[in-house]
Design a protein around this ligand. Structure first.
Ligand SMILES: Nc1ncnc2c1ncn2[C@@H]1O[C@H](COP(=O)(O)OP(=O)(O)OP(=O)(O)O)[C@@H](O)[C@H]1O
Ligand SMILES: [Mg+2]
Length: 371
C-alpha cells in the first residue's frame, strides 16, 4: 500500500523571493489528492520539494515516518525509490525510444535481467495503451502519448507515491478523461498515494479524494474534496468557474479596488466572458474501470472523513453526506434533502451520528436548520 506524506510548516524561497510559506498538509496513505493553483504559485516547486530535488528552508516533510529534510543522503536515496514522478514536461530522453525510456529506471536502479525488464516494460506500456509504439522516439509521437509514456516510466519501480505534474496539459478533453481514468485505475491496482497537480477543473471535480489550492504564497485549503468543491472562498470560486471576477488577475493578483470595479461592471450587465453558471458543488467521483475491484481508498477515506466530519464547514458536511447518499451536483449544496437517495454498493450507509453532527453544524453556522 502507499505511504503517508505529511508536510508541516513548509517554506520555500529562491533568494529573496518566497514561493510559499507555512504549508501543512497530509496526503493520506493510498488516497488520490490534487493540488490546484494559478500559474506560478509554486505547485511544481512543491512536487520537487517532496522528492528532495529542492530543499525548503523551514518545516518538515515526513515520508513513511522519515523527515527527508533531516535524514542522511542514503536514507533520502531509499525514500526516492518509493516515488514515481511524471514531470510537467514529461522529461523523456529524446534520443531513446519509448521502450528504453520506460526501461531506464529499471536498468539504473535494479539488477534485473533484460528479460525481467522486458516483462515489466511491456506490462506498463500496455497499461498505458502504448503497445506498438515502443520503438518510436518521443519526438515522433503526440503529446498525449508522451504523457502516457512518462506515466509508464513512473510506474516501473512499483512506486508507493506517485506525483503527476499537469498530466492534462496539452490534451484534449476526451484524452484527459482517459488519463483521469488511468490514474484512478492505477490507484485501484497498486493502492499508491497519488498527488496530481492540475489546472483541469473536470479532473479536479471527479478524480481526487482530497483537494487543495495554493494562492498568494499560501495553501488556501487542503482536505476532503467536498470542502474545496463547496467553498465560498473567492479565489476557489473564481478558479473553479474559470472566471475573471475574483482575486486572480492576468499576470498578478488584483487589488480590492480593481475587484470591486469589475464586479460593479458585471452587475451593470457587462458580459466579460465569465460564466454565469456556478460549477461548484460535489459531483460524482470517477470509479475504477469495470472489471477492477472497488478502489480500496474509497472505504478507508469514508471512515477517515467521518472522524473529521464535525470539524468541516457546514457546506462541506452537507456535500459529504449528499455524496454518501448518492446525491450530487447542486443538490450537494442546497441543503434540500428531499431528493430520492441513490445507493450504490460501494458506499456504506451514513450513520445517524453523522446526520446529527451535520444538523448541529448547520444550526450553529447557518441557523436555518434546513438539513
Ligand atoms: N530552480 C528555480 N530557481 C529559481 N526560481 C525558481 C526555480 N524553480 C521555480 N522557480 C520560481 O518559482 C515560482 C513557482 O514556479 P512553479 O514552476 O512551481 O509554478 P507552478 O505553480 O508550477 O506554475 P505552472 O502552473 O505555470 O506550472 C516561479 O516564480 C518560478 O520562476
Ligand atoms: Mg508547474
Amino acid at each position: 500500500m502507499g505511504v503517508e506524506v505529511s508536510v508541516e510548516g513548509l517554506t520555500k524561497s529562491f533568494g529573496s523571493q518566497t514561493i510559499w510559506q507555512d504549508v501543512s498538509l497530509t496526503l493520506p496513505q493510498g488516497e488520490v489528492s490534487a493540488l490546484l493553483g494559478p500559474s506560478g504559485t509554486g505547485k511544481s516547486v512543491f512536487l520537487k520539494s517532496l522528492i528532495g530535488l529542492l530543499r525548503p528552508e523551514r518545516g518538515r516533510i515526513i515520508i513513511d515516518g522519515t523527515d527527508i529534510l533531516q535524514c542522511s543522503s542514503k536514507e533520502l536515496y531509499e525514500i526516492r525509490q518509493m516515488f514515481g514522478v511524471l514531470f510537467q514536461d514529461g522529461a523523456l530522453f529524446g534520443s531513446m525510444d519509448l521502450y528504453d525510456n520506460v526501461a531506464f529506471p529499471l536498468r539504473e536502479h535494479t539488477k534485473k535481467s533484460e528479460s525481467d525488464i522486458r516483462k515489466i516494460v511491456m506490462e506498463k506500456l500496455e497499461l498505458n495503451g502504448l503497445i506498438g509504439a515502443e520503438h518510436k522516439l518521443p519526438g515522433e509521437i503526440s503529446g498525449g502519448m508522451r504523457k502516457r509514456a512518462g506515466l509508464a516510466r513512473a510506474l516501473v519501480l512499483d512506486p508507493k507515491i506517485i506525483l503527476v505534474d499537469e498530466p492534462d496539459s496539452g490534451l484534449d478533453p476526451v484524452r484527459t478523461t482517459y488519463l483521469s481514468q488511468l490514474l484512478i485505475d492505477i490507484n485501484t491496482e497498486i493502492d499508491a498515494t497519488i498527488l496530481i497537480v492540475t489546472h483541469n477543473i473536470n479532473l479536479a471535480r471527479t478524480v481526487p479524494d482530497n483537494l487543495g489550492m495554493l494562492f498568494r504564497k499560501h495553501l488556501v485549503m487542503f482536505g476532503p474534496r467536498e470542502v474545496l468543491l463547496t467553498s465560498d472562498e473567492p479565489v476557489v470560486k473564481q478558479f473553479l468557474n474559470g472566471s475573471k471576477i475574483g482575486p486572480i488577475g492576468m499576470s498578478e493578483e488584483k487589488d480590492d479596488a480593481q475587484m470591486a470595479a469589475e464586479l460593479a461592471q458585471k452587475e451593470a450587465g457587462h458580459h466579460d466572458g465569465s460564466p454565469d453558471d456556478d460549477v461548484r458543488g460535489v459531483i460524482r467521483q470517477m470509479e475504477a474501470s469495470p472489471g477492477l475491484p472497488v478502489r480500496a481508498a474509497v472505504g478507508r477515506r469514508q471512515a477517515r472523513v467521518r472522524e473529521i466530519l464535525h470539524t468541516l464547514p457546514p457546506e462541506a458536511q452537507r456535500g459529504i453526506v449528499a455524496s454518501l447518499e448518492g446525491r450530487y451536483g447542486p443538490d450537494s449544496m442546497d441543503g434540500d434533502y428531499a431528493a430520492e437517495p441513490v445507493h450504490h454498493a460501494a458506499v456504506d450507509e451514513p450513520d445517524t451520528e453523522v446526520f446529527a453532527a451535520v444538523d448541529r453544524g448547520a444550526h450553529h453556522v447557518r441557523g436555518d436548520g434546513n438539513v
